[in-house]
Design a protein around this ligand. Structure first.
Ligand code: 16G
Length: 529
């Protein structure tokens, strides 16, 4: 390791003195102009992580649904998952080291994590469509090469595509081929097999309008279009040719404002969906005949998928256990429907995909979705083997067909991370196979009216929570105040938590009417303030 070269190159990516950033829920995220040094250092860190795990590590340059001016970076661990928590700490200390301390902090990580410097390192890099992303990804590459790591730059890819590449490379291609083509082929093969079956519905159901948030999703869907066009016709809006990334469009906008994105032409009862800026989230929606907007968020996506999987298992006659993982933001009606009507166990974790992903790994089939539309389904190795075996060996034709469907669904999910493209194809396949309209899907249950607010406080970290963020621990008295407010309404629930991505406190409230949810959210905000 050439410390002199590391310092010399670091000077080209100098850290603004005094700037402190945190590896948060989904990596570092802030204004793009503050990130050059972080990118270089994450290149260094990715090499160390690669040497330590003897595996390929991913680095994704993106700020997901944040405004165009922001950017961010996150590392992807060997199995395509989020970076391990102990390495998040290393990432934070490396990013915040002042120039002169950089070699010392680097050595400290090498010792603490027992990194063998003789080991080879391989890093894969991807980026979203932000103007700042190309230059920033070059800084990552600079960090990788100065530590003599090998790398492959995938260029413009969605975040879930990069997760997929990492997993493919570390499983010797067993999960799929580690190319963008390989990704399209794997997903489209499963999708086309699912939708070609004779009991599938008519052509009219097979068209979908997609708001691509003016982001990478548009590019990738255009590339993929011809692979799936026999089964689904997609019409792209906000494809980045005119509008600004995530501006008045995209999954986060639609979910938080509960209204259609700008730039999409919607007719009543047409099925529409929105991706976010790096295509790891998806929400669906439609306008009814009276012009009312209906949002189908991550909770309803999880419900549709779990219902379908449960029915398939019943048809196959196999008792694999299914668990659904949500966060405190899940609408109370969804949890009730899953537990009471569908009889599926539901678990709640802290916000952030890594927490849900981890919990979902405990089941044969773990379905996890955040209400904001980020989620996927994980199949345990044992469940996967069983499903593939049943699809091959069952003699009863009906059961065998159901097992084959389940096998294709398994292949269609991106099991490394929530993936808007993969989730969209799964949903489209289920709607087709079940002959369900978007209205019928929406009618599974009725969401409780809810409201989310942001509160700016002097120090959001004074608020700490427990019970998967549903109860406040500090400051003293706040939980009692919230509980008293909640008691004033029917079917009500409220919680507050410090945001992991913005300098604010988030307030969530739901109740029997929109008016009550709004007034509860306002009262809770005042209690926080
Ligand atoms: C990040 C998380 C998302 C979470 C959101 C919460 C990942 C990949 N993304 O975007 O899952 O819902 O943060 O943000 O984990 P908040 O802490 O500001 O509410």
């Amino acid at each position: 390791m050439d410390l002199h070269a590391i310092t010399a190159h670091s000077a080209l990516h100098a850290k603004p003195s005094g700037l402190v950033l945190q590896y948060g829920t989904a990596g570092f995220r802030t204004k793009a102009e503050h990130l050059d040094h972080v990118m270089y250092r994450m290149g260094l860190l990715a090499v160390l992580r690669s040497k330590q795990t003897k595996s390929t590590i991913g680095v994704m340059v993106t700020a997901s649904h944040n405004p165009e001016e922001d950017n961010g970076v996150k590392l992807v661990d060997p199995l395509g998952e989020m970076l391990a928590p102990s390495w998040e700490e290393h990432a934070t200390s490396l990013a915040n080291a002042e120039e002169q301390d950089l070699p010392g902090v680097l050595m400290d990580i090498i010792v603490k994590a027992a990194v063998d410097l003789q080991q080879d390192a391989f890093v894969v890099i991807g980026r979203d469509t932000r103007l700042s992303s190309e230059k920033l990804s070059q800084s990552v590459i600079d960090g990788v090469t100065v530590l003599e790591g090998q790398f492959h730059d995938y260029g413009l890819v969605t975040t879930p595509q990069l997760h997929y590449m990492v997993y493919c490379r570390n499983t010797s291609g067993q999960y799929g081929e580690a190319t963008v083509e390989g990704y399209y082929q794997k997903l489209s093969k499963a999708f086309m097999e699912l939708t070609k079956q004779p009991f599938c519905s008519e052509e009219e159901y097979r068209s979908l309008k997609v708001d691509c948030a003016n982001g990478i999703g548009a590019l990738k869907l255009k590339e993929m279009e011809h692979y799936i066009s026999q089964g689904l016709s997609v019409q792209l809006f906000n494809d980045g040719t005119k509008g600004k990334l995530n501006h008045l469009c995209g999954a986060d906008f639609v979910k938080s404002h509960q209204k259609p994105p700008q730039g999409i032409e919607m007719k009543s009862n047409e099925r529409c969906c929105s991706f976010d800026g790096d295509a790891d989230r998806i929400v669906y929606y439609y306008l009814d005949v009276d012009g009312h907007f209906h949002l189908i968020d991550g909770d309803k996506i999880a419900t549709l998928i779990s219902r379908f999987l449960k029915e398939l298992l019943l048809e196959i006659g196999e008792s694999l256990n299914i668990g659904v993982v949500q966060t405190a933001y899940a609408n109370g009606s969804s949890t009730r429907y899953l537990e009471e009507v569908m009889k599926v166990p539901v678990y709640c974790t802290k916000t952030g995909v890594k927490h849900l992903h981890h919990k979902a790994q405990e089941f044969d089939i773990g379905v996890y979705f955040e209400a904001n539309g980020h989620g996927t389904v994980l199949f345990s190795k044992a469940a996967e083997t069983k499903i593939r075996q049943l699809a091959k060996e069952l003699e009863d034709e009906k059961r065998k067909a159901a097992a084959k469907t389940l096998e294709n669904i398994l292949d269609l999910f991106n099991q490394t991370a929530g993936d808007a493209i993969s989730d969209m194809l799964v949903i489209e396949a289920i709607l087709t196979l079940k002959d369900l309209t978007i209205q019928q899907w929406d009618a599974l249950y009725t969401d409780l009216p809810n409201r989310q607010l942001k509160v700016k406080v002097a120090d959001r970290q004074v608020i700490s929570t427990t019970d998967a963020e549903r109860q406040v621990v500090t400051p003293p008295g706040l939980q009692e105040a919230i509980s008293d407010l909640v008691k004033k309404h029917k079917l009500s629930r409220a919680f507050v938590r410090p945001s992991g991505t913005e300098d604010i406190v988030r307030v969530y409230a739901e109740a029997d009417s929109q008016e009550n949810a709004d007034s509860l959210a306002r009262a809770v905000s005042l209690a926080v303030f």
